[in-house]
Design a protein around this ligand. Structure first.
Ligand code: SF4
Length: 332
């Protein structure tokens, strides 16, 4: 008997997988990659999660990329958003539909998730759990081991593939029971107790709304939202200012043809700034002034070197730092 287990990177799904595996079920841990996880893969869908899954469950993680479908979904989610830009109900339905498509390939008889009744306000109240199961076409075939005893028995329980007595009745927002259970099951060093989706982050969501408003939600632009300070300079003009060496390197590496890189003149320490979109002369000067605001200046009027990426020519700007009030108006 085999089941697909959706592994998100949070503790709950790892627990669910372990509970089912311990009942003698052959499991296929499946992770869906979306563009909304941190660059540092520590909390999700990077090699850390694959390694953690291997060490904890003794299984190889299968990763499915749903970037494009997810971005499309985000533009018009049927069940709307949670507190921020998180379309959790539609997201879960999408992942389960994709899992269902894979059931035949893996010869899996049911699907397992780490969902907990009442844990998340939008997608884990009783009605939402039912809606998700039905819309994914998985009636009776979606098992949630952590809350199973609070829910109607599923086919795997009724048929005796799974012993319902060994499942749990966890509900609510506290994670104390899961953390205790992890200790009992010998699960340590899990990446992130609550997962790490950036769509539940207020600041990231505001930046994303801005991208959608300006009809710019490409995968590259979404990736860039994860680093730096962001400034909207025009309908299709943005400046991103690195906040540390890692971000500076990241921005420099991601610069593509047509972008603008604003870098300091020698002898002045300061961030790398990446300009994306169409820049007028005025916006180039404005970008120079924003860049200059973050330079380590010994004197007031500083020269900023600005160059167009992949163009050997570089333009030297003489600018003074932009004032805080003007900066605040442009900041996302
Ligand atoms: S938090 Fe993010 S990954 Fe999790 S269900 Fe919501 S939208 Fe999907």
């Amino acid at each position: 008997m085999r089941a697909i287990v959706l592994v998100s990177g949070g503790l709950d799904s790892i627990l669910a997988a372990k509970i089912i595996k311990d009942q003698g079920i052959d499991i296929v841990p499946l992770n869906f990659k979306t563009p909304f996880y941190h660059i540092n893969p520590h909390s999700y869908n990077g090699s850390d999660l694959a390694e953690f899954t291997r060490n904890t469950l003794g299984e190889e993680l299968r990763v499915e990329d749903i970037d494009k479908d997810f971005v499309e979904l985000l533009l018009n989610p049927r069940y709307g958003f949670g507190a921020h830009m998180n379309p959790c109900i539609d997201c879960k339905i999408l992942m389960l539909l994709k899992s269902k498509e894979l059931m035949q390939e893996f010869n899996a008889k049911f699907i397992v998730t780490g969902e907990v009744l009442g844990q998340r306000p939008m997608s884990q109240y009783r009605q939402a759990l039912k809606r998700i199961e039905e819309d994914a076409g998985l009636k009776g075939l979606l098992l949630r081991p952590l809350s199973a005893k609070n829910l109607i028995p599923t086919i795997p329980e009724v048929e005796g593939w799974i012993d319902r007595d060994k499942l749990f009745n966890i509900s609510g927002r506290s994670r104390r029971l899961q953390i205790d259970l992890a200790k009992r099951l010998g699960i340590f060093g899990y990446p992130n107790a609550s997962g790490g989706c950036l769509l539940t982050d207020r600041q990231f969501s505001e930046r994303l709304k801005d991208l959608i408003r300006h009809r710019e939600p490409s995968l590259r632009n979404i990736e860039l939202l994860k680093v730096g300070r962001h400034f909207r300079l025009g309908e299709h003009t943005k400046l991103i200012v690195g906040r540390n060496e890692k971000e500076n390197n990241y921005l420099e590496e991601r610069a593509a043809a047509g972008d603008y890189l604003f870098v300091t003149e020698e002898n002045v320490a300061g961030p790398v700034c990446l300009g994306v979109g169409d820049f007028s002369e005025e916006q180039i000067m404005l970008s120079g002034r924003i860049a200059c605001r973050y330079y380590d200046l010994r004197e007031n009027g500083a020269k900023v070197s600005c160059r167009l990426v992949f163009d050997k020519k570089s333009l030297s700007l003489s600018v003074t730092p932009l004032g805080e009030d003007d900066l605040a108006v442009l900041r996302l």
